[in-house]
Write a protein that binds this ligand. Structure first.
Ligand SMILES: O=P(O)(O)OC[C@H]1O[C@](O)(COP(=O)(O)O)[C@@H](O)[C@@H]1O
Ligand SMILES: [Mg+2]
Ligand SMILES: [Mg+2]
Length: 325
């Protein structure tokens, strides 16, 4: 089975980017080990602190963030880091050529129930003009990403990654510690009968979402003429992995509860990397009003509504926004 290195070379990734990705993944392997030790390593449960977004930090949020930060800072390849768990950008090597953004642990609420969690990341070039502690260099649209992916800490530890030449999925071979290419060139089926949305928020949704989901729930008797199934992992990384593997539509739409938080998911750490993976696998990624990867971020912790998945299903969903039917 092909190794990660040879696939990256095959996809034309420059040597320094390959070395950076390998460094990042060394950190993820350490997180994978800590996660698998669970209660034995004392990594479960909450801390007493909150992150800048007012969310209580789990011990694993803090540990994973520290592991990635230390690994990347020491590598020399990275000029600065932005993380869901950091208030501001973290300056690294002023001579570094890359910027890395990450959600060190996605799906924190799943840690205590031994359910799916993961790390989501993206990499862009560091502009020459930037100072290492200048957050404005991170305010680039997702179209500028040179690599993105996630590591899923599930029954197997899996990596989904793209450098813009397709989306490939690898499995961590724990006997040698290498990621092996198990699912090359993943293609998301264009049609689906499966959706993922937190329906407990229905009363806060806007009309297009209410109408679209209402039509899915109507099944064979409704306008869509087929029965849909629903799944919700409560970790985007798990839901997107399922969609990449067998199709579906995943949504975290705009929520009327708090207009300052337009959707729960973060553009830099969650939406953009997943959008890149989805598009490279033939799927779509939209906010309801435009392509996620074209959103110009105004601040590093910005949130964005998300609709990702099977091409035809996302296109159908978007027609509800156009007509507001
Ligand atoms: O509480 P809800 O609505 O189930 O939210 C689940 C969503 O929140 C998230 O867990 C947020 O991620 P974090 O755990 O990194 O904060 C997403 O992964 C997931 O899709
Ligand atoms: Mg997350
Ligand atoms: Mg997180």
């Amino acid at each position: 089975m092909k190794r990660l290195n040879s696939q990256l070379q095959h996809d034309g990734a420059p040597l320094e980017l390959i070395l950076l990705i390998r460094t990042l993944l060394a950190g993820c392997k350490e997180i994978s080990f800590r996660v698998s030790q669970g209660a034995l390593a004392g990594v479960l449960g909450s801390t007493l602190s909150e992150n800048v977004q007012g969310e209580t930090q789990k011990k694993l949020d803090v540990i994973s963030n520290q592991i990635l930060k230390d690994t990347l800072r020491d590598s020399g390849y990275v000029k600065a880091i932005s993380s869901e768990e950091e208030d501001t950008v973290v300056p690294c090597n002023p001579e570094g050529n890359y910027l890395v953004s990450f959600d060190p642990l996605d799906g924190s609420s799943n840690t205590e129930i031994n359910s799916l969690i993961g790390t989501i990341f993206s990499i862009t070039h560091a502009p020459q003009w930037m100072e290492a502690d200048d957050p404005s260099a991170f305010l680039q649209p997702g179209t500028q990403m040179v690599a993105a992916g996630y590591v899923l800490y599930g029954p197997s530890t899996m990596l989904a990654m793209t450098t813009g030449r397709g989306t490939h999925i690898y499995t961590l071979d724990k006997t040698h510690g290498g990621f092996l290419l198990t699912h090359p060139n993943v293609k998301v089926p264009e049609e689906t009968k499966e959706f993922a949305i937190n329906t407990s928020n229905e009363r806060h949704w806007e009309e297009p979402v209410k109408n679209y989901i209402g039509d899915l729930l109507a099944g064979t008797e409704g306008p869509r003429g087929k029965d849909y199934n629903m799944r919700w992992v409560a970790a985007m990384v798990g839901d997107i992995h399922r969609v990449l593997c067998r199709g579906g539509i995943f949504m975290y739409p705009f929520d009327k509860r708090n207009p300052s938080k337009p959707g729960k998911l973060r553009l830099l750490y969650e939406a953009n990397p997943m959008a890149f993976l989805m598009e490279q696998a033939g799927g779509l990624a939209n906010t309801g009003h435009g392509r996620i990867m074209e959103v110009m971020p105004k601040e590093i912790h910005q949130r964005v509504p998300t609709i990702l998945g099977s091409k035809e299903e996302v296109e159908t969903c978007l027609t509800y926004y156009q007509t507001d039917k």
